[in-house]
Design a protein around this ligand. Sequence first.
Ligand code: SF4
Length: 107
Amino acid sequence: MVAEKISRRVFLSVVSTVSAVASVGLLAACGGKPKEFSCAADASLKEDEKKVRESVKYVDKSQEPGKKCSNCSQYLKAAAEGQCGGCKVVKGTIHPEGYCTLWTRAS
Ligand code: SF4
């Protein structure tokens, strides 16, 4: 009986450990945290395009609650998650978490 209780205790301990390790592994496999990337420096832009970008105060990371490029009506979705998208009015690479003063909610 004692041996059976110990075995059960050991079994539960092993199951608990394996579950914790599997959870950590699954989080890592899913990314857990979105991959960081930048769309701010687009070397292909012409000087006037850079000036427009500056004049509308484009940033890669929105500081406006609820407002970001990915929910803006002008946003052109990236080909894949973790990549820069585009914009109908601001030239160059655009971060989905970015923002500029031309932001308008997508319908
Ligand atoms: S208009 Fe501005 S906020 Fe909207 S997608 Fe283009 S850069 Fe982002």
